[in-house]
Design a protein around this ligand. Structure first.
Ligand code: 13P
Ligand code: SF4
Length: 317
């Protein structure tokens, strides 16, 4: 269209040439979000990867997201603009850790957040994302113990919502979300007392935000703990003129697009994920031109990891 920049037209043309679907996570740089075919949370991107007719998937996000796409579409080519885009949370647990934890807890079901390597997914029974973690844990019979990994804050959130006492949590965290503190919440809520609150469950402040809501310090009906996709829906429904957002700051772009008249502010402006910012406009063009970096998962790992991801995808159908 007339409003497309040269760079956007180039990306669209290269993608058409390659028969590629361009998927972008909600934390990507605004330029990347605006050129993508689909923008969404981890679960939405996985679902699109599983169902697309395109022969190539370009995953603008971090490596575990591209790996998940490859697991769901093994016959497709999956590309990521840079394979250096890791995740500090995924790095907190290894396959050997999971094997040891399972040995110590025979009979338990292992639930792995998608923010893990394919090797870790291969050791799990079922995966989850922040948008379906409660549903996944609820699908495990009540008397069966659950080992939840690797995010301690999401794990604590799931335990609170499900009321499940036989759920153990791995002590991993995302450095970006863990850094959004209860003090940030107190400061921003004091400055914007009428604001609505959107909080990602990976946040260090998620527990205290809900606790403060229970205590009446925060407005309970205006405090929502949500995945990034859930935040976009909540933004559309928001009635307050200011919304405080506790997650990676790339999120603000989709929220502002979803509800232009509303003011969306970061709970902590320093909450930026350097891995998510590695995908630049230049690297996306390189990716589409040169077909790199290509994502592959060793077959022995892929087969077992796929079971865990597919068990999750089936649950939502
Ligand atoms: P979402 O699934 O909510 O998009 O979260 C992904 C992520 O990396 C959070 O840091
Ligand atoms: Fe990983 Fe945290 Fe970055 Fe999400 S924001 S990709 S959990 S390091």
């Amino acid at each position: 269209t007339a409003t497309m920049t040269d760079w956007q037209s180039e990306v669209k043309e290269l993608a058409r040439h390659r028969d590629a679907l361009v998927l972008a996570h909600n934390y990507m740089r605004p330029e990347i979000q605006d050129v993508a075919d689909v923008v969404g949370d981890s679960l939405a991107l996985a679902r699109h990867a599983a169902t697309t007719d395109a022969s190539t998937i370009v995953l603008c996000g971090v490596y575990f997201m591209a790996e998940t796409a490859k697991l769901l579409s093994p016959d497709k080519t999956v590309l990521i603009p840079t394979d250096q885009a890791g995740c500090s949370l995924a790095d907190t647990v290894t396959a050997a850790d999971v094997r040891r934890w399972r040995e110590e807890n025979p009979g338990a079901v292992v639930v792995a957040y998608v923010n893990t390597s394919a090797e870790v997914k291969a050791e799990a029974d079922i995966c989850c994302t922040s948008s379906n973690a409660v549903e996944v844990v609820d699908s495990v019979p009540e008397d069966v113990p659950v080992l939840f990994l690797p995010d301690q804050f999401l794990g604590a959130h799931v335990r609170r919502v499900t009321g499940r006492r036989n759920l153990q949590v791995w002590l991993g965290e995302c450095h970006v979300h863990a850094g959004i503190s209860p003090d940030d919440v107190r400061r921003q809520v004091a400055a914007y007392p009428d604001a609505e609150l959107l909080v990602h469950p990976e946040c260090g402040c998620a527990t205290s935000a809900l606790w403060l809501a229970e205590e009446g310090v925060l407005p309970k009906e205006r405090t929502h703990v949500l995945s990034t996709g859930g935040m976009v829906e909540a933004a559309r429904a928001a009635t307050a003129s200011t919304v405080l957002v506790a997650t990676e700051i790339g999120m603000l772009h989709q929220l502002r697009k979803a509800k232009p008249g509303t003011e969306f502010l970061a709970m902590n402006e320093k909450a930026s994920c350097r891995y998510m910012k590695m995908t630049t406009p230049d690297l996306l063009v390189r990716c589409l031109r040169e077909g790199r970096d290509e994502v592959s998962v060793p077959p022995a790992v892929a087969e077992r990891a796929r079971h865990s991801v597919e068990a999750m995808i089936r649950l939502g159908e």
